[in-house]
Design a protein around this ligand. Structure first.
Ligand code: FES
Length: 329
């Protein structure tokens, strides 16, 4: 494996892409090549780093220096100063309003410094299109453990013990939901990840899918194994082209690595995952409407009971967990 003395992490989340981060990335690659530094310094694209209003964002590792609002024309000076002269460039760093001193590290900015990332722990650290980077940070270890060392019942017990629960109001415990689905009678069961956030201005689901799609896949496969589901659906807004692209790439990579499909990791467990694109209907965030939409019908809610956990997709037991928004993560 090739070793680099530094990595330039260019944010390729939707916010930074719309601020031309790909042009900055290209300029960085060209400049490094021109100066013969391209074998020492690697340019990597990542998902959203969380400070979209300051995009395009570039983070220099290993120091973690955070550059913001970069333009293509800034790149030669940045490379010259930071990598040739060894002087990080203050004028591209973040200067909080009403302060006189720049903050060189993202982790030192007041808004970020008290955060402990859980769902987004790989945010801005890995290339979402490279499964090897996810694996290098311990990705799919939990899946391997679940499939080879744990029974479905043990996994459900673990999820119950964790206290994980929905936060949409009812606070239903995720472990109990999984258990109900496991105990529902049916020759076939389904799992759905609801990544269709219709709430105006919300982009939690998008951010997770763009930053760390394999984490979502891994969670879904473990959940499917625990519940006894062999088919899953990722329901994601069609207005999120980058999220749709990243999850499709992740699915293909996971299939190629034997992490999706038949006999996953030699465990005998089969699971296939399909992407279903929502058409931007807010109501399809409601589970029965979402199920109708996946089935190809008008996305309208229906009366419950029966609950989807008993009769969901095509009349089969179906478990649906939200992707983000603080629910069932
Ligand atoms: S999209 Fe780049 S920081 Fe959010």
């Amino acid at each position: 494996m090739k070793h680099y003395r530094a990595h330039l992490l260019v944010c390729a989340g939707t916010g930074c892409v719309s601020n031309h981060s790909f042009k900055v990335k290209e300029a960085l690659q060209n400049e490094l090549k021109k100066r013969g530094l391209d074998q020492e310094i690697q340019v990597v694209t990542t998902g959203c780093s969380g400070f979209c209003e300051r995009g395009p964002i570039v983070i220099v590792q290993p120091e973690g220096i955070f550059y913001q609002k970069l333009k293509e024309e800034d790149v030669p000076y940045l490379i010259e100063e930071h990598f040739i002269k060894g002087r990080p460039v203050k004028k591209f760093m973040y200067l909080p309003s009403e302060e006189k001193t720049t903050v060189p590290l993202l982790s030192d900015i007041e808004f970020f410094k008290h955060q402990r990332l859980i769902v987004l722990k790989n945010r801005g650290r890995i290339d979402p299109e490279d499964i090897n980077q996810y694996i290098a940070l311990g990705g799919y270890e939990a899946l391997a453990k679940a499939l080879t060392q744990m029974t479905p019942e043990q996994i459900i017990k673990e999820i119950k013990t964790s206290g994980l629960r929905g936060r949409g109001g009812a606070g239903f415990t995720t472990g109990l939901k999984w258990e109900l689905c496991r105990n529902s009678k049916g020759d076939e069961k389904y799992i759905i990840c609801n990544a269709d956030e219709g709430d105006p201005g919300a982009f939690m689901d998008r951010s997770v899918l763009e930053s760390d799609p394999h984490a979502v896949l891994e969670g879904m496969i473990i959940g499917a194994y625990a519940m006894g589901a062999n088919t899953g659906f990722m329901y994601v807004r069609d207005e999120y082209p980058l999220a749709v692209k990243e999850i499709n790439i992740a699915i293909k990579q996971a299939e190629a690595y034997g992490l999706l499909g038949d006999d996953i990791l030699g465990s005998g467990f089969n699971f296939k995952l399909k992407v279903s694109r929502g058409a931007g209907a807010f109501v399809c965030g409601e589970e029965t409407a979402l199920i109708a939409s996946i089935e190809g019908r008008m996305g309208e809610p229906r009366q419950r009971p029966p609950f989807p956990i008993q009769r969901g997709l095509w009349g089969k037991p179906t478990n649906k967990n939200f992707l983000a928004r603080g629910k069932d993560q």
